[in-house]
Design a binder for this molecule. Sequence first.
Ligand code: FAD
Ligand code: SF4
Ligand code: SF4
Length: 365
Amino acid sequence: MNLIRSTEAGITAPPVREAEPRHLCTDCGVSRMEDPKACGRACQFIKPDYEGLEAKVHGRTRDPNQPDELHFGPFRRMVRAALDHPRQGAQWTGIATRLAELLLERGAVDVVLTVAPDPEDRWKPVPVLVTKAEGMAKVRGMRMGYAPLLAMLEPVRDKGFKRVAVIGIPCQVYALRALEDELELDKLYVIGTPCSDNTTTERFHDFLALLSDQPDTITYLEFRADYQVELRFEDGSSKEIPFLKLPISKLPPDFFPLTCRTCVDYTNVLADITVGYMGGEGEQWLLVRNETGEELLSLLGDEVRLSQPGDKGKRKASCRGLHHQHRARRGWASAARNAGLGAAPGGLVDAEDRAARPGVRPGPG
Ligand SMILES: Cc1cc2nc3c(=O)[nH]c(=O)nc-3n(C[C@H](O)[C@H](O)[C@H](O)COP(=O)(O)OP(=O)(O)OC[C@H]3O[C@@H](n4cnc5c(N)ncnc54)[C@H](O)[C@@H]3O)c2cc1C
Ligand code: SF4
Ligand code: SF4
């Protein structure tokens, strides 16, 4: 039973059904819906069709002549960004939650679907509906783990909400886009964050215990683009650990589940706007992908500083590799379907291949 509710902040966490057992699954919430068989047409692990969904959502697929698009997916603009007034509790400056807050403030949406920290465990994501702008301050920050976010689509339907914003990680956004037509919404805004190497919240606690003798006091963790892990603690202190000194060898081999090791959508290619940090060189990093993404960015007006991202390293070979991997994965899926199998194994990405993917972090989070 879920106890998150704040009438003042307009936050509710409706209860969700048990998850149906699935082979490759990040519990995006679809298997907990009235028709759990919807996984068969929604899941990036069962039936990936990035090409078809990119064309539907953005009006075109990624351009093979633009090496950056092979890696980052279709986009109109890529910018470094920072809110002039960083928000307390945000993972970076708080652009993701500020966008949703502005949509609620201006009455552009009835509800925002996102995750809040579990009252008993700040690292555990709990899916919530937020109907008041004030509520967005309470969901800022990054949590490690899987949350059945899309199960919230049923309470949204039951309450008659037709204008909806979703903040989600790529595997959630993939399923959302695959089911979008069935939702019969008047407007959907999708604010995506990048994601790599997620793991269960329980496993993440094991990782924190290797980083500090007081793991319960860690309030913030980030794998920064300068190859340092930044930790912050309840007493206001902080600590930086170079990636090379992380106790990765002490983690069990299945610390990163197969789902995340096979995930091919680091940058959330089906979001209207992707809000991350990895390409931001110390600031945030935005990929504006379509007209709705432009509309979202324009909401920030002069609250946000924008600049051109830098361009370093050689991406061409890994972009080509990634493109081939997408093709191979699509081939796997259709071969599996033709053979009448329920689920196709994900694209096989080994550690070396992941290391070749620019921007992919060598650890959880
Ligand atoms: C597991 C994970 C891995 C990530 N890996 C990368 C990465 O490799 N590179 C990169 O550039 N960015 C990554 N991000 C995104 C990054 O952590 C920030 O969320 C992003 O930069 C936006 O910062 P912000 O200050 O604008 O976010 P905020 O304004 O603080 O908002 C963050 C939003 O993310 C939601 N959220 C938090 N945890 C989860 C979760 N577990 N599942 C779904 N939604 C969640 C919050 O509810 C909130 O709505 C990752 C996020 C997650 C959850
Ligand atoms: S991740 Fe895939 S299998 Fe798991 S609930 Fe979502 S759609 Fe279903
Ligand atoms: S790495 Fe991919 S599969 Fe794993 S949680 Fe993130 S988006 Fe989902």
